[in-house]
Design a protein around this ligand. Structure first.
Ligand SMILES: [Cu+2]
Length: 167
């Protein structure tokens, strides 16, 4: 009886193992993540990264958290025309969606995770812990993001942070 039980357990293990190995592979991966350095006293900054979704379903980043900030929220950059001028601003969104078998790039002048209410100055060369949480309740992703100077881009850093002074 004991031998039979062992055999059954062994068989189950063999049958289940490849399945488990596959399902435990995280289907969402974060690449090239970084946080924008800001001067002391700045109220907020943004985290940028590429998020790859290898699953058959769209995945939504619903929120984040970091010991360095009071809250971390998903945001999009908006461009609106005011009196013939393009004005860049930001809006909080409920989630950032990564399409099935696709990816999104969070970058200056585009989507980002906003770290609001910074508790300490973010110095170039240090790292910031950031946790990403998903709407479907899949395990959160914990990251240690290097702090870098703002990436050279078409993006106006000044507008970016001024927007958040009014929060
Ligand atoms: Cu923002």
């Amino acid at each position: 009886m004991k031998m039979l039980l062992l055999a059954v357990v062994a068989l189950l293990f063999i049958l289940c193992h490849p399945f488990h190995a596959h399902s435990e592979e995280p289907s969402v991966k974060v690449e090239a993540a970084w946080v924008q350095a800001v001067p002391p006293g700045a109220p907020a900054t943004a985290a940028f990264m590429k998020v790859v979704n290898d699953s058959e379903q769209a995945v939504k980043i619903s929120k984040g958290s970091s010991p360095a900030a009071e809250k971390v929220v998903p945001m999009i950059t908006t461009r609106t025309e005011k009196g013939g001028k393009m004005v860049m601003g930001m809006e909080t969104v409920e989630f950032l969606e990564i399409p099935a078998n696709g990816s999104i790039e969070l970058k200056p002048g585009g989507d980002h995770m906003m770290l609001m209410g910074l508790k300490e100055p973010l110095k170039v060369g240090a790292t910031v812990k950031l946790v990403l949480e998903f709407e479907d309740g899949r395990p959160s992703i914990e990251l240690a993001l290097p702090i870098k100077k703002s990436a050279p881009a078409d993006h106006s850093d000044h507008d970016h942070h001024e927007h958040h002074d009014h929060h």
